[in-house]
Design a protein around this ligand. Sequence first.
Ligand SMILES: Cc1cc2nc3c(=O)[nH]c(=O)nc-3n(C[C@H](O)[C@H](O)[C@H](O)COP(=O)(O)OP(=O)(O)OC[C@H]3O[C@@H](n4cnc5c(N)ncnc54)[C@H](O)[C@@H]3O)c2cc1C
Ligand code: HEM
Length: 401
Amino acid sequence: MVSATARPYIDASVPVLRDHGVAITRTFYHNMFAAHPELTNLFNMGNQASGVQQQSLAAAVFAYAANIDNAAALGPVVNRIVHKHASVGITAAHYPIVGRHLLGAIQEVLGDAATPALIAAWDEAYSELADIFIATEKTLYATAGITPGQLRPMRVTAVSDQGDEMKSFVLEAADGMPLPRFVPGQYVSVSVPFADGSTQLRQYSLSDKPDGQTLRITVKRVPEHAGHPAGHVSNWLHAHATVGSILQVTHPFGDFAPDTESNMPIVLLSAGVGITPMIAALNRIAAVNPAREVIFAHAARSAAHQGHSADIAAAKAIMPNLRTAIFLERSAGSGRADAAFFEGRMDISLVPEWTHADTDVYLCGPVAFMQKQWRDLLEAGVPAQRLHREVFGPELLDYLT
Ligand SMILES: Cc1cc2nc3c(=O)[nH]c(=O)nc-3n(C[C@H](O)[C@H](O)[C@H](O)COP(=O)(O)OP(=O)(O)OC[C@H]3O[C@@H](n4cnc5c(N)ncnc54)[C@H](O)[C@@H]3O)c2cc1C
Ligand code: HEM
């Protein structure tokens, strides 16, 4: 909890930060990368360039300010961030660097409005949050038994197409050590080297159940679009990762964890490449509890874009209580108009029914997809605490602000 002296300054600055948040975040990153160019290897420079990350840090600052004494609201957000931080190897030594440049940016953008008392209040608030993050990250590293940022060499043992745009890569440990444990829903970061000497990390959800022998990821190639360049890491993986290649991979992290172990019904909803954590969950349930009631609904642009059809068919063959609904925006000519297929985007009213009160619903897909489904699910009477989501980019924290 921040002190009684700092509190009024924090409260009063929330609307000001809302107005200037993006400018503050942009100034912060610009100054920090100028002083510490080595940090560009840790950050997702694609998100920096497209502006997504700027929004996210601004959103985190607002969320923190607005919920500073509300641990219940802040808890899930902190949890998501610390897992992301652990996946990219953030250490305690990084925090003073970020703190210095964040306070400097507030000062630079607000000018005279950033009085010494206001800066002191934010210094205190930042330190308090940093202490929580540092302690939680330390526990995550200790539990995983790794040093921050540790990468492991993993050999690609199989590559397969998942529709037109996605490829699956099966990986085995190339260092002779046992594979890390994980739960469906978690991701690894993959570090790839570029010709200019830089490296970049990207997160990929594990797309198969844990088997102790291999990890599988499924990567969608991000094409050049509307003046934006082709995605750096996804295209590198599609072009360079072949059977026998060695990839540098982190320990699995992530707080999105569909409950695959209970007997309760479960609903898994996804769109596009958001299918990956859902397939890991489905394959785990098929292995440990094939009689479980599962609703698996997925939306893809067309049959040619849909990945992991073989996993779904294999699960269906052994899961009598698995009900599926596949939505294809362009189903015309696909020849797949059987009962489980629908033309158009996902419409929750067409998904098989379930008992809302006690069934957990897990969502993963593009932000617009999730916002629509989230709204529709709430309207349909699904309690908010039954909804869980994974975002394949910085979480926008919109449910907090
Ligand atoms: C928890 C989590 C799990 C994920 N799981 C998966 C998964 O299972 N499968 C999967 O495929 N992806 C997954 N992702 C997304 C993945 O991490 C990458 O974001 C994705 O592969 C794109 O990375 P990239 O390097 O190819 O694209 P980037 O190079 O990062 O580009 C991203 C976007 O920014 C734009 N951009 C890049 N540079 C610029 C520039 N200079 N100017 C303007 N715009 C620019 C690009 O055009 C593109 O639209 C996950 C992400 C997270 C956070
Ligand atoms: C209290 C301080 C901090 C806050 C509030 C904060 C907030 C955030 C948020 C909201 C995200 C996005 C998480 C998501 O994907 O949903 C994130 C990711 C990240 N943070 Fe932090 N962070 C803090 C400290 C730091 C520090 C000290 C570093 C180290 C330099 C750092 C480096 C990163 C990196 C590299 C990512 C991944 C983002 C990317 O992909 O570019 N953060 N942080």
